[in-house]
Ligand binder design. Sequence first.
Ligand code: G4F
Length: 328
Amino acid sequence: MNTVFITGVTGQVGSYLVDLFLSKGYMVYGLKRRSSSLNTERLNHTFSNQNLKLEYGDVTDYSSIANLVANIKPDLFVNCAAQSHVRVSFDIPCYTFDASGASVINCLEAIRTHSPSTRFITMSSSEMFGSTPPPQNEQTPFHPRSIYAVAKLAGYYAVINYREAYNMHCSNAICFNTESPRRGETFVTRKITRAATRIKLGLQDKLYLGNMDARRDWSHAYDTSEAIFRIINASTPDDYVIGSGEMHSVKEFAELVFSKLGMDYKDYIETDPHYYRASEVDALCSNPTKIKTNLGWSPKYSYEQLVDEMIASDMELAKREKLIKDHK
Ligand code: G4F
């Protein structure tokens, strides 16, 4: 049986990867951090699967990664672990650098030392392009605008170095923004769908956002996971941009979500400087030609389908909340 080890398994993309690898017949080992509160909600639907095993550890702790790699010797290692919130990286830069950048070296070194034939892929980020204007592809120069992006760039170059120095099968998945009903509620798309559905049911009055002029390339986490699967299973390791090739502003996203719910976003959204970043990334839009051509990947979800699925899921959540509130 093929084995895969996934870090960040309790996160959005990690959980979609669990679904994907289980459906392909893999034995899936997932790394989870010890937490006093429950952090495995995104895996609830698959928790009892005998082919899923969660292990405690932390990518910032080399010993835990090295021990697990030495014991499991997985065929594949997918690194999704990170401090993934860009704005928060301005508050906790040193931790972000450890968790999102230096940690990649922990993973690579663990593989080189204990299981050199394990294939590796890390979730790299379009944030690395920063202020370089779109469209962005594998040749686009980097100009990071946060320590999060600086950390991702360090991880990106570490992967290339281990490929060149040790001939290891390691790749970068340069992911543009990735969304779904399982997206964390403090990222802008989910914050909007969650708030709009709650406002619709009278559970909330206002939504406070930061820079609504920022533009992003939003893909479904299902499609991102499919792309990662193809890259790590390709015969040659390489670096690939993953995105939809379509760009929308935060304002456009909010306008669409509120209008689908029969509301005008202008009546409910206010700006709050708290959500602004010390240095912003204005526009990200992928040119995913390389992965389409080399690996035959193309996204299943359109932008509108992604929005519809997120609204439908958050509406169910809001309805449950309302039911509880009305019965108190
Ligand atoms: O949803 P966001 O927080 O995502 P961001 O910063 O683009 O980063 C995400 O995508 C990266 C890939 O490009 C990943 F590497 C990273 O881990 C993460 O998944 O913000 C998107 C945009 C930003 O320009 C932000 O300034 O939305 C703007 N925004 C406006 N109001 C807001 C808000 N962002 C958040 N989180 N909250 C707001 O209230």
